[in-house]
Design a protein around this ligand. Structure first.
Ligand SMILES: [Fe+2]
Length: 326
């Protein structure tokens, strides 16, 4: 995307971004059988039987077409861009990302499908680093294990106008038949330091994580294992908004901070799904973040895919007023 012609410039100083999730946009090309001698065999069979029919690239293309009309400042992508995290899937996603916008305009966090097994870094996330690194964050390749690298890299911070995107990685090499997530202890320690330092208090803090923080809309086999620790941390050091994917369902929950402010936890459906069941239709979420002297005004607009119209249409809308720390 050409930043000068396609983004920004909203009259009321609001910042506009879009959330996409669970794109599963890659196409698995005849994998080497050796690559499937692990948990990936399950994902590959699931892709052959079902997922390649559920996730349609043309639906994602329609979403991007619609988003371009909306002149967004930024894209936030909350993980699961691949199916089983093979190198050629990472390459396909890289090509797609480059066609959408600059690395400056896309913030990407990993999902569990992107770390289906603990792959080598240079065969996986190294290809997406420019979309993942925080502002001024340097590449550190102390290990070639993806999980180790992700735990060292996150949390990331990307500041865009009045918004601070804080990325977490909840992807880990979960056991067979599990799609659980976990945020590494190092990440939690650094997140606590970051939020308690108040360095981001003049920004609207938007936390991006693939797995949902609560169990309200999530089965046990897909949950965030150490959610209680993260919730406790956010209760003490709140953010203005938490965005996640993973469940492929449009959902809302919240937790209360220690001073009784509600932290919205917003989950979205897959942006590429052909599923037409309620809450599972493909969608993207448009956020406008404005401010008054005392508040952040956060407006969320869902855009839902209508199979008959072959179009994403504006549906549910919600507004949140969050106190600003001035
Ligand atoms: Fe997921």
């Amino acid at each position: 995307m050409n930043e000068s012609s396609e983004t920004g410039g909203h009259a009321n100083e609001s910042f506009r971004f879009v959330q996409l999730s669970d794109l599963h946009l890659s196409y698995i090309q005849a994998p080497n059988p050796i690559q499937l001698l692990n948990k990936r065999i399950l994902g590959y069979l699931s892709w052959l039987r079902k997922r390649r029919h559920t996730h349609q690239r043309w639906i994602l293309d329609l979403a991007i077409e619609e988003i371009r009309q909306l002149k967004v400042d930024h894209y936030a992508i909350t993980g699961d861009l691949t199916h089983i995290g093979l190198k050629h899937e990472f390459e396909q996603v890289s090509q797609w990302l480059a066609s959408v916008a600059t690395a400056e305009s896309i913030t990407l966090i990993p999902g569990n499908h992107d770390l289906y097994v603990n792959e080598q870094w240079d065969r996986s996330f190294a290809l997406w680093e420019n979309y993942m690194l925080g502002d001024n964050q340097k590449r550190q390749h102390s290990s070639n294990q993806a999980l180790t690298q992700l735990n060292q890299l996150y949390p990331t911070v990307r500041i865009r106008k009045q918004v601070a995107f804080i990325g977490l990685s909840s992807a880990f090499d979960a056991p067979w038949f599990r799609a659980t997530g976990k945020v590494g202890e190092q990440q939690l320690d650094r997140l606590q330091k970051l939020l308690s330092s108040k360095a981001l208090d003049s920004y609207c803090k938007v936390l991006l994580i693939h797995h949902p923080l609560t169990m309200t809309h999530t089965p046990t086999r897909k949950c965030l294992l150490n959610r209680d620790k993260l919730i406790n941390l956010l209760t003490q050091y709140p953010v203005e908004l938490v965005l996640h994917g993973h469940g492929h369902n449009s959902c809302y929950d919240s937790v209360d901070s220690i001073d009784n402010n509600e932290i919205p936890i917003i989950g979205m459906s897959s942006t590429s799904s052909i599923n037409q069941s309620n809450n599972y239709k493909a969608e993207f979420l448009l956020f406008d973040i404005g401010k008054t002297a005392q508040h952040w005004i956060i407006n969320k607009q869902n855009y839902t895919f209508d199979k008959n119209l072959k179009k994403f249409i504006a549906t549910a809308q919600q507004e949140f007023n969050q106190s600003r720390i001035c």
